[in-house]
Design a protein around this ligand. Structure first.
Ligand SMILES: Cc1cc2nc3c(=O)[nH]c(=O)nc-3n(C[C@H](O)[C@H](O)[C@H](O)COP(=O)(O)OP(=O)(O)OC[C@H]3O[C@@H](n4cnc5c(N)ncnc54)[C@H](O)[C@@H]3O)c2cc1C
Ligand code: SF4
Length: 506
């Protein structure tokens, strides 16, 4: 049967790496349901962000929110996956995290280096001026880890609009890094094309059912090898739709992680923190935490600025909430300000967010943490995936994070606006769902084997079918995951190149 040697589903961190590294190994096609989003095409106001929501009426939308019990997760659709809208924070994981993975830290290290070289992250040259480095040094001496972003700082205007996408062409999203490499090396790219289902062919290889994202007749596509790289929720949805033809192990959809995502504020402190301008998130502290089993886990607390488009509404909402929340507090320690100074800053934000207002004295507390990965996938009637984890906000590491924030409030003052997921009846929101197709040394432990090949229910592996994306993480990572997703794909590309050259090696 003619067709492709390799079909890759999804153009995020995993799919774009695989396309770039394997495009010269045969006839390779990269299939992406979203559209291209060149600089200048991203929404410029809140109304535009709302209009860009992916829905049945807007199938080429940029983003969607998937709600499960206790959690909500953002997903992104477009050529470049979530790199289009993310902060570009690129962080090396703690080698300790891999102790329970079937891929060792030593094995992954050269692939992390390769991905780092292509993504080329650099620290923000203005970081020291934003105030949060000094703030964190005061609160957690010796624990600061400054961050690097995939941003060309010479072109960056520090406008703070990385979310929902850089209109200046300064962000080194995948459409500026790996994807041009893939296209130059000969990969064929089908954008605005959704993979609806897959099924194995009796004579070997796979048939994918493709459909134009905006609607139209379905078409089959044959490929000898297939990689699912549709992102955590996208890959789970595709396997769910294909379950009759491609059954897997009982571990599918288990052990899902939010990567400790959480967002809270220390509002209106005495410290000036440049909340009103600058590219988001330049520094962090890594705090040690020991879980109930005595195992060490990392909590990364990043100091961020509210995305520019949301600053006005955020200033208004925080001004209203401050003091009214259960657990809200005005910490006195070390803060000699009078109430009129704090009230004055709140009023100033009402007139327009600026450096003299309360938002510019607020610490936005964005978490990435090694949570306990106890989420499970759920599907709605349309087959859309989300994570159920009703008591996520009570995960021990999130409680520890909340305690640190209370402690900081006692040191520097300010009102604690707790993680929204800890409010009664509310959910925790995340941007990097992980797991569900976890790597495992055996089919009892995983959904894919250490070579990323999908296990069959009988414990064998499917020939010519791999999953490589954020869904294969067996645990949380504790730092932003994009670099590790790319590194896992770099590693899988080496293995897959061998299988493409020599099918008996698969
Ligand atoms: C707002 C936001 C901020 C973030 N900030 C950071 C950060 O600063 N640093 C960091 O490390 N991480 C960050 N992340 C997380 C990071 O971007 C993701 O972990 C990463 O993109 C996952 O890569 P992936 O390849 O698994 O999937 P994705 O990047 O999600 O790509 C999957 C692609 O597959 C496509 N697809 C899905 N289903 C189909 C189908 N059936 N057919 C065809 N195509 C399909 C999707 O449209 C999408 O383009 C952020 C995420 C968001 C949303
Ligand atoms: S701060 Fe503005 S210019 Fe800089 S990368 Fe983000 S969106 Fe682009």
């Amino acid at each position: 049967m003619s067709g492709f040697d390799l079909a890759i589903v999804g153009s995020g961190y995993a799919g774009s790496v695989l396309a770039a590294r394997l495009a010269d190994q045969g006839r390779v096609v990269l299939i992406e349901r979203g559209r291209r989003w060149p600089p200048g095409s991203f929404p410029t106001g809140l109304a535009g962000v709302v209009r860009a929501r992916l829905s049945p009426r807007n199938p080429l939308g940029l983003w969607a929110m998937r709600l499960g019990a206790g959690t909500g997760n953002a997903l992104v659709s477009g050529y470049g996956g979530a790199s289009l809208v993310n902060y570009g924070i690129t962080a090396r994981p703690d080698p300790r995290v891999f102790a329970t993975w079937p891929v060792s830290a030593a094995e992954l290290a050269p692939h992390l280096d390769r991905a780092w070289a292509v993504l080329a992250p650099e620290p923000n040259p203005l970081a020291a001026a934003f105030g949060d480095q000094a703030f964190l040094d005061r609160l957690e001496p010796g624990r600061r880890v400054d961050l690097a972003n995939t941003i060309d700082w010479a072109r960056c205007t520090q406008c703070g609009r990385c979310v929902p996408g850089c209109n200046e062409g300064a962000k080194r999203s995948l459409d500026f890094t790996y994807l041009p490499l893939a296209e130059r090396a000969g990969a064929e790219v089908l954008t605005e094309t959704e993979v609806v289902q897959l099924r194995p062919q009796p004579e070997g290889g796979w048939t994918l059912t493709l459909r134009p994202t905006v609607g139209g007749p379905a078409q089959p596509l044959y490929a000898r090898q297939v990689v699912l790289a549709a992102g955590t929720l996208g890959t789970l949805e595709l396997l769910h739709r294909s379950a009759a033809a491609v059954p897997t192990t009982a571990v599918l959809g288990q052990h899902m992680s939010m990567n400790g995502d959480g967002l809270a504020f220390l509002y209106n402190t005495a410290a000036p923190l440049a909340g009103e301008h600058g590219a988001p998130i330049t520094t962090s502290v890594r705090l040690p935490f020991v879980d109930a089993d005595g195992e060490p886990r990392t909590l990364t607390v990043m100091s961020g600025r509210v995305p520019a488009l949301a600053r006005g509404p955020a200033a208004a909402v925080l001004a209203l909430l401050a003091g009214a929340l259960p657990g809200g507090r005005q910490g006195p320690g070390g803060n000699t300000e009078g109430w009129w100074q704090r009230a004055g800053r709140r009023l100033r934000d009402a007139a327009g967010v600026g450096s003299a207002g309360a938002l510019a004295h607020s610490f936005m507390y964005k978490l990435d943490a090694e949570d306990s990965a106890r989420g499970t996938v759920c599907f709605d009637a349309q087959g859309r995936a989300a994570i159920d984890w009703p008591d996520y906000a009570d995960d021990p590491i999130l409680r520890f994070a909340a305690e640190r924030l209370e402690h900081w409030a006692r040191v520097v003052g300010g009102t604690v606006v707790r993680n929204v997921g800890s409010w009664p009846g509310m959910r925790s929101f995340g941007v990097h769902p992980l797991g569900g197709c976890r790597l495992g040394a055996t089919p009892q432990e995983g959904v894919v084997d250490p070579r990323c090949r999908l296990y069959r229910p009988d414990g064998e592996v499917y020939r010519g079918l791999r999953v490589v994306d954020a869904s294969i993480f067996p645990t949380a990572l504790g730092v932003p995951p994009s670099l590790t997703v790319a590194a896992l794909a770099e590693r899988a590309a080496v293995d897959l190149a061998g299988a493409l050259r020599n099918p008996s090696a698969d």
